[in-house]
Design a protein around this ligand. Structure first.
Ligand code: NAX
Length: 486
């Protein structure tokens, strides 16, 4: 699993590591990693390094220093390197090396450039881009709009203009194709709108890891993690032992929500799916293996409930949610269940639950639950709500965040714009419920479901604009690739 560290932790680790090394060693390691990545980008996209036009955007700090050292190395390999200074003072040694290698200073963004290196600011940034930097970034963007291939943009350590610890982007910020980051991931590379600005993120090992002693601000699972968490069927299992998931979703008015949730649950690891609600006929017609009842109280034993989507908010819906909350099993609450939780007595019942609860709000539902929109720091917002509700919070977004009441946060790397369509959340909730019923810990169930659901969204989108049923249908093949074959 990847971990992302806050700037303060990275600074402490760097200080401890630097104390063991000759001055300048870390910057040389960083610049060497950056140079290597830019060489491969120039070679892959533009056929080589010699004669290719590289522009350095250079700010005042060591981030500019890394960039100048890499620029000097590229110039020595024959690239035509120019540097635009965006501060009165820049890293002196780096500047001298660049000029000695044949690099030149420019006063504005040249008209034609193959690759831009963004060395305006790194982890020492305070506030957004200043006016001269913002103007240079705008020129680069305009050049790219006229020629979709060039310039390719490589951010050094982080894209300038983003908030490194939170992933917020409040003003203008660099949009990179690739970010080459040093020593450790930073939250902005993995979560929030900044993650989109970072593009493909590549970590250069500069020897920092053993010195990062604090807790990661954020964890980002990889395929092997999800595969390891996924419950497997053993030779001793029967349909009950694999777990029974119950869905209290949908209604006569909204049977589709129930259908989509059940489709998600059927793709999960449980051996048995029960449905309780007034969309039972639609479920029977479509899924003959699902056992249906009209009410939660009549459904029989389940090991986890999914409740909410399409349920409505009338008296019957309230009674069903109350029954679900009273069950001593893990519960996943979505959509209308979240709207009903704004009611004080149900919220109290939720806080008193002993078994785990997962809530899966999008931003508007989050605002109703928390009393305010998620702030620019989505991880912190989700953590606060998790602590307040005593529930795991899965905050949906391009990089879905999972936060636990105990203070741990995860970000999902597989988000896809394809999932921004009606009903995909129902599929997610069903899959998540199945993982809960199979016995996976609530935060891992939430993370694993988001991860696989994101991949299924991408897979479904490969055949054209998908709807939620396409996403549900893509789950089986996605699971076969990700989980079973790994
Ligand atoms: N500290 C280390 O051990 C290492 C640091 N490295 C590089 O050094 C960077 C951090 O260097 P610094 O601490 O010098 O910080 P930065 O290079 O991020 O920039 C800080 C400087 O930029 C100016 N500045 C701050 N906010 C600004 C803004 N919004 N617009 C314009 N200028 C602004 C400040 O006056 C300050 O001088 C890292 O991101 C990384 O690229 C690497 O060389 C690896 C090792």
């Amino acid at each position: 699993m990847k971990g992302a560290w806050r700037v303060s932790d990275i600074r402490s680790a760097e200080a401890a590591l630097m104390a063991t090394l000759p001055p300048g060693t870390l910057m040389k390691r960083a610049a060497a990693g950056l140079t290597k990545r830019v060489v491969s980008l120039l070679t892959d996209r533009f056929g080589g390094v010699y004669g290719r036009r590289v522009l350095l955007l250079v700010g005042a700090g060591d981030n500019g220093g890394d960039t100048l050292l890499a620029g000097a190395a590229l110039a020595r390999r024959g690239a035509a390197v120019s540097a635009l200074r965006l501060a009165d003072r820049v890293h002196e040694e780096g500047w001298a090396l660049l000029l000695a290698a044949g690099g030149r200073s420019v006063a504005a963004v040249p008209r034609t450039v193959d690759v831009v290196l963004d060395g305006i600011v790194g982890i020492g940034a305070k506030g957004g881009l200043r006016a001269n930097a913002a103007a240079a970034v705008k020129s680069v963007r305009q050049a790219r709009a006229g020629d979709r291939a060039r310039p390719a943009v490589v951010a050094v350590d982080v894209p300038s203009g983003v908030s490194v610890d939170t992933g917020a982007v409040e003003g203008d910020a660099v949009r990179a194709d690739v970010t080459v980051t040093f020593g450790a991931y930073k939250p902005a590379l993995l979560v929030g709108p900044a993650a989109v600005h970072a593009g493909i993120v590549e970590l250069v090992d500069i020897g920092l890891r053993p010195y990062l002693t604090g807790t990661a601000a954020l964890r980002v699972p990889e395929r092997v993690d999800v595969a390891a968490w996924w419950p497997r069927t053993g030779p001793q299992d029967d349909k009950y032992r694999r777990g029974v998931v119950g869905l209290a979703t949908g209604s006569a008015d909204y049977p589709g929500a129930a259908v989509l949730g059940v489709a998600g649950a059927l793709a999960g690891p449980t051996g048995y799916v029960r449905y309780a609600g007034s969309a039972a006929q639609a479920i029977r017609d479509r899924f003959p293996t699902v056992v249906c009842a009209e009410r939660v109280g009549d459904a029989g034993r389940v090991q986890a409930w999914v409740c909410g989507s399409g349920l409505g908010t009338d008296g019957r819906a309230q009674a069903e949610l109350r029954a679900v909350l009273a069950a001593p099993v893990p519960v996943c609450l979505d959509a209308d269940a979240l709207n009903l939780l704004v009611d004080g007595s149900l919220a109290g019942q939720l806080r008193d639950r002993r078994a785990p609860t997962v809530v899966t709000p999008h931003d508007r539902e989050f605002a109703r639950l928390a009393g305010a929109d998620p702030g620019p720091d989505r991880v912190e917002s989700a953590l606060q709500l998790a602590a307040r509700m005593n529930a795991v919070v899965l905050l949906k977004g391009d990089r879905t965040v999972v936060a636990t009441p105990g203070g741990f946060a995860y970000a999902n790397p597989t988000g896809s714009a394809a999932l921004a369509t009606a009903g995909t959340g129902d599929v997610l909730a069903g899959l998540l419920g199945s993982l809960l019923a199979a016995g996976l810990a609530a935060e891992l169930a939430a993370m694993a479901a988001a991860y696989v659901h994101g991949l299924a969204g991408r897979r479904a989108a490969a055949d054209g604009p998908p709807n939620a049923l396409h996403v549900a249908e893509a789950l089986r093949e996605t699971l076969s690739n990700v989980i079973i074959k790994s």
